[in-house]
Write a protein that binds this ligand. Structure first.
Ligand code: ZN
Length: 421
């Protein structure tokens, strides 16, 4: 049993003690009232206790490659060349370094979009499956199998996708916009959703990634929503980027947003990458190239935020810290009020978690005990303060503690034993 005592929790008056048993939050009560000889106690000392972060859209296989590009197509082409040099050990090493950053930031749940194609084969998938087992005591990492270079323009990819999906817990990825024309892009969506039905898995597609929907391959959100509903996949499908939605007229957007809400399709906005790669052909009045977060939310669409890439041609920056992404999103989405910041915090915590798993979440009895103690005293100011993480609790266990940071890095591939346990 674990007790986090003397904590401040948003929307709960006074200081609280949170008890944790068997990986779940058991109770949330007044501070100082829990006395259990058998309990490990974390003294939060009046600091903010919040739900842990989740990253529903993170590319671990191509993280930390460096390089840069001035267009999406350039980044994909450059990465295709780099993928030819990937080895099992190299992917494990780069991905492991990113997961250590993520854990120290307070992330305990990750969906890693992992590429398959005839060039890279299953190298990324196999390395990340092994890594996910190593890190399982600290964080849960699931793989979305991504045909980034297409299914029909890259013959052989479908077989690799099917092979990878035989691994339990994997998610069907997709990237329809790289196909040769809109008919193949639609076929790509149908194929991905059919695989989701066949394997009984969720689907998560890089649906579109353009400044506007002038090219019909980047205007398939309504088509996808209908395809989801016709297969009964409501609540099981996520789309990433969807930047072209930002270019629609309010009337056109309202129609698409209503379709996405009806199909319960979640949208993951990836501002660090979207801001870097979009608007590149605008020589003035440069577009932000982001999915319209506010309009989607008001239509009832589930929206989350995530890091996407960390230091590669798609995104030269990044620390795998959702709090950094939250501040970026706040700055580019006109966030100003307490409610705005609350909503953005939700999009990197509970909202991000819901993309991967539904169920009780938050600092509330019955929820999974995935929690962060921030070195901050005001829950409303956490995004603005960007405070250090004093402690991270995953599945009811203390997995990271700031005080011990100098004596150990959260874990390493060489020594995966957790010194905080
Ligand atoms: Zn992505």
């Amino acid at each position: 049993m674990l007790v986090i005592d003397d904590a401040i929790v948003a929307a709960v008056p006074g200081r609280v003690a949170v008890t944790v048993r068997d990986g779940l939050i058991e109770s949330v009560g007044p501070a100082g009232t829990v006395r259990r000889a058998d309990a490990e106690v974390i003294d939060a000392a009046g600091c903010v206790l919040a739900p842990a972060f989740a990253e529903p859209h993170l590319h671990l296989d191509k993280a930390l490659l460096g390089g840069t590009a001035s267009s999406l197509q350039g980044a994909i082409a450059q990465t295709a060349l780099r993928k030819a040099t990937f080895t099992h050990a190299d992917v494990m090493d780069r991905a492991g370094r990113v997961l250590r950053m993520a854990l120290a930031a307070g992330t305990t749940l990750v969906r890693a979009h992992t590429e398959v194609d005839p060039g890279v084969g299953l190298v990324g998938v196999e390395a990340l499956l092994q890594l996910s087992e190593i890190v399982a005591p600290y964080m849960r990492v699931e793989l979305a199998i991504l045909p980034q270079e297409g299914i029909f323009v890259r013959p052989g990819t479908l077989d690799l996708l099917r092979t990878a999906l035989r691994n339990e817990g994997t998610v069907v990825g997709g990237c329809p916009y790289v196909e040769a024309d809109v008919d193949d892009a639609r076929r790509h969506i149908d194929t991905v959703l059919d695989l989701a039905v066949e394997f009984g898995r969720p689907a998560d597609l890089h649906l579109d990634f353009a400044d506007d929907a002038a090219d019909a391959r980047f205007a398939l959100a309504s088509y996808l929503a209908s395809a989801v509903m016709s297969r009964g996949l409501q609540g099981r499908v996520t789309i990433g980027h969807a930047t072209s939605l930002g270019s629609l007229t309010p009337a056109a957007l309202a129609l698409v947003a209503d379709r996405l809400a009806a199909a319960d399709v979640a949208v993951v906005v990836l501002p660090a990458t979207d801001l870097f790669l979009m608007g590149r052909n605008d020589d003035r009045d440069i577009r932000r190239g982001l999915a319209p977060i506010g309009a989607l939310r008001r239509a009832g669409v589930r929206v989350a935020l995530s890091s996407n890439n960390v230091r590669n041609a798609f995104t030269p920056s990044g620390r795998a810290d959702p709090l950094d992404i939250a501040l970026l999103a706040a700055r580019v989405s006109y966030a100003a009020t307490r409610a705005d910041f609350e909503e953005i915090m939700r999009m990197v915590t509970i909202g991000a978690r819901e993309v991967i798993e539904r169920g009780a979440a938050g600092v509330t009895p019955g929820a999974r005990a995935d929690l962060i103690v921030f070195d901050a005293h005001d829950p409303d100011q956490v995004i603005l303060d960007q405070p250090a993480r004093r402690a991270v609790i995953s599945n009811g266990r203390l997995v990271y503690q700031e005080e011990r940071r100098r004596r150990w890095s959260a874990w390493s591939l060489e020594n995966p034993e957790n010194p905080a346990a």
